[in-house]
Design a binder for this molecule. Structure first.
Ligand SMILES: [Zn+2]
Length: 435
């Protein structure tokens, strides 16, 4: 944030930030420590976080959660009602929060005005390059999908310049489809490989055949992306983020993203544990058989060669270009070869997952990507391996669940990363003071 952005925009009668510091909840702890003069920004973020979290909980919980009023926010944050009201007015002015019609209440006095995230105003772009598709999706703070473009193709051993050109064109289409007045906060791109979160470039995406590619620099050359802040992350880590938000899996789980490659992400207490470089969760390259077939990574017998999408299609007697729907149809029609292919992939996956659960004590394993629709044919084999191989299984079975984050979890998770940055620094979105 620049100093200009940090300067007070206006002088409300009671300076909301100066009232008193708010209780440091989890949202507050994620923030940068409050600097001199940034207390109001800190409290602004705290209030916004509360409104966003309530809407997120409402979206995922079975029973709907009522949007909070100003008084509810004051109670939850420990700020005074006057302070919260002034902060909420700023957030409404910045088009980050909106008011719903007042709710009828049994209590005397003015009816409470429910607060919700603003819709169609501030937008995060979530993009993905994977082995057989490229896509872009625009989400707003309310979690609404404003635009989505996707194109299928074969990007095995592809030229990054060409593929990123395809992506840039989709970004242009999505931007053109946004409602008037929508403001883009940035883009996060999900990639099926090792993204160095310290230094930025994609290190390795074995199935794309990309190594040490400066993706951000290549994208910046396209007018559709020019001027848009772009960050990169691993696709499984991003999909797990969407899954954690959907909330059905629990607090600590391993998310498995089955595609041509097999990514995974470790979620501990609701947060993705990406590891020191951001490289955790390469489940697809754990070993099933030392003497097994050669993998795209150069090693032998990786899980991917037994349970990845290409391996599954080959075992079922199909062409690797065919979509997962052909496997679903064949399995549904009782085709024995397909059923066998799925059972044996489930066994290999179960062995790898049992190794993981023996190392990291999680409550659940969540099957995502193509494994979500295929789960009815995979789960029994996975569960059998976990039961027989996980030492602690007799006392606490790791549940095997199916992802609820939808078909575009990595893109959704990527957009959420962008929107979270907005939520962490709402002061940057306040309207500039009148000259
Ligand atoms: Zn491998």
């Amino acid at each position: 944030m620049t100093d200009a952005a940090a300067a007070p925009r206006e002088a409300p009668a009671a300076d909301p930030g100066a009232a008193r510091p708010a209780a440091a909840g989890p949202a507050a702890r994620r923030r940068v420590p409050a600097r001199q003069g940034s207390l109001r920004e800190h409290n602004l973020a705290l209030v916004l976080r509360h409104v966003l979290d309530a809407a997120g909980a409402g979206a995922s919980a079975g029973a709907p959660v009522a949007p909070p009023s100003r008084a509810d926010v004051a109670t939850a944050t420990g700020l005074t009602r006057g302070a919260v009201s002034a902060l909420v007015d700023l957030l409404i002015g910045a088009r980050l929060v909106a008011e719903l019609p007042p709710a009828a209440t049994a209590r005397a006095g003015r009816p409470a005005v429910p607060l919700v995230p603003a819709s169609g105003t501030v937008v995060g772009l979530g993009a993905e390059v994977n082995v057989d598709y490229v896509g872009v999706r625009a989400l707003d703070l309310a979690g609404r999908v404003l635009a989505h473009r996707e194109t299928r193709g074969d990007y095995r051993h592809s030229d990054p310049v060409r593929v990123l050109g395809v992506l840039a064109a989709l970004v242009g289409e999505v931007r053109a489809a946004l409602p008037d007045g929508a403001r883009l906060a940035g883009m996060c791109l999900a990639l099926p490989g090792l993204v160095d979160r310290g230094t930025g470039p994609l290190r390795l995406a074995p199935n794309l055949g990309w190594r040490d590619v400066d993706v951000v620099a290549l994208l910046a050359g396209h007018p559709e992306v020019d001027g848009l802040p772009v960050r990169l992350a691993n696709e499984a880590n991003l999909a797990a983020r969407a899954e954690a938000r959907a909330g059905a899996a629990g607090q600590s789980f391993l998310y498995v993203s089955g595609e041509v490659g097999i990514g995974a992400a470790i979620v501990l207490d609701g947060e993705v544990f990406a590891g020191r470089h951001g490289w955790s969760g390469e489940l697809g390259h754990t070993v099933v058989d030392q003497q097994g077939p050669r993998c795209t990574c150069g090693a032998r017998g990786c899980l991917e060669q037994y349970a990845g999408k290409d391996a599954l299609l080959r075992a079922a007697g199909r062409d690797v270009d065919e979509p997962v729907e052909v496997l679903l149809a064949a399995a549904g029609a009782g085709d024995e070869r397909t059923a066998r292919a799925l059972r044996s992939a489930g066994q290999a996956l179960g062995v790898a997952l049992a190794n993981f659960v023996n190392l990291v004590d999680v409550e659940a394993v969540v099957l995502g990507g193509i494994y979500a629709p295929l789960a009815p044919w995979l789960t029994d084999a996975v569960v059998a391996q976990l039961r027989s191989r996980v030492l602690a299984a007799a006392w606490a079975d790791a549940r095997v669940g199916v992802a609820t984050g939808g078909d575009h979890a990595a893109m959704d998770g990527a957009a959420l990363v962008v929107l979270r940055a907005v939520a962490d620094d709402p002061a940057a979105w306040l309207p500039a003071p009148a000259a």
